[in-house]
Design a protein around this ligand. Sequence first.
Ligand SMILES: Cc1cc2nc3c(=O)[nH]c(=O)nc-3n(C[C@H](O)[C@H](O)[C@H](O)COP(=O)(O)OP(=O)(O)OC[C@H]3O[C@@H](n4cnc5c(N)ncnc54)[C@H](O)[C@@H]3O)c2cc1C
Length: 379
Amino acid sequence: MDFEFDEAQLNWKNKAKEFAERDVALVVDEVEKKGKFSMELWEKLMEEGLTGVPIPTEYGGAGADHISYVSVIEELSKVSASLGGSLSVHTTLCAQVILKFGNDEQKQKYLPPLAKGEVIGAFALTEPNAGTDVGSMESTAVLEGDDYVLNGRKYFITHATIAGVFIVIAITDPEKGTKGMSAFIVENDAPGLKVGKIFDKMGIRSTEHAEVIMENCKIPKENLLGNEGDGFKISMITLDSGRIGIAAQALGLAEGARDAAVKYANERIQFGKPISRLQAIQWMIAEMEVKITSAKWLTYHAAFLEDAGERFSKEAAMAKLAASTSAVDVTRLAIQVHGGYGYMTDLPLERYYRDAKITEIYEGTSEVQKMVIARSVLG
Ligand SMILES: Cc1cc2nc3c(=O)[nH]c(=O)nc-3n(C[C@H](O)[C@H](O)[C@H](O)COP(=O)(O)OP(=O)(O)OC[C@H]3O[C@@H](n4cnc5c(N)ncnc54)[C@H](O)[C@@H]3O)c2cc1C
């Protein structure tokens, strides 16, 4: 069994690679140091047609498969994990939620601007007291006449400062636990919606994350996604897909760090020869290669299953667990290969290391991935 990209998939991968190397590489350090989302880079991503890769053409997307989409995230993340992660959240956690669970009107209204990237998407599930334990959610949505009125606080929300559309999960029936949660499309100008605390972070600094506050936030009742009570199910299905995107982000940044380490090992002379001739360095490179290759197979296998319409919860969890653990290990080793130079901010190695850590945390921590995998294996 082998995975070969077909021509269309290869075209997407190469397009993203060329874009990342041509337009992103030159500015990524500056953008990360500023710690602000780069609308300029996003607009270039739009020009390349990369903001709606797996969205069907009838809604303004490219209609490509998930393997192509995953390869785009991987290639972008080799250069900027922030940009790769942003694309994953925008596409999988927002546009594809509307694609999978929206009605015709919702799809016609929201998907074209999301697919084109003119509107940026966000997904708001986490709360100050409800992270892994989604069931302790406190945000509520009450139907009053023709509107739902939302109250609550969402935490750590990617794109909160720049999103035009949020998928928000809130409780519509407190008696029913997770079965009483519902999903809503909330526009950023909805009355009563505002951005709260903006978080300063260790890595992926040019992706902005903030608190979203809903105070008697009114949205039309037509913005309910699916039926009342579908919110938990929608969230879990969404996160299954999202985990493949985060695995691709982790994979890409690990490859970026590995490539830098290989180049450096061949160039750096110590004891009269390149350090790549030292067995200690060779072992580190070998370790990186095994981790990256394992992560790659798991990630593309999960994407392949998603394209085939098969179940992929366990495979997505395995891909995310393996790729994120590998990313942290590989970026640490890549710094080691660079010695003191790897610790300095002149080179991107320390950035890769800081960026890698988030992949073990968001869209379900590594512990959660282990729970998903174990449950699936144990039955
Ligand atoms: C940069 C960033 C961006 C994010 N973006 C978004 C976003 O766009 N939308 C969104 O909704 N959320 C977002 N999140 C939230 C993210 O998904 C949560 O942080 C994550 O799910 C963990 O929740 P928590 O932080 O509350 O940790 P907790 O749930 O409090 O976990 C703390 C520790 O306990 C462990 N733990 C908890 N429960 C269990 C258990 N049952 N078994 C074993 N171990 C357990 C965890 O693995 C972790 O190690 C983002 C977070 C960050 C940091």
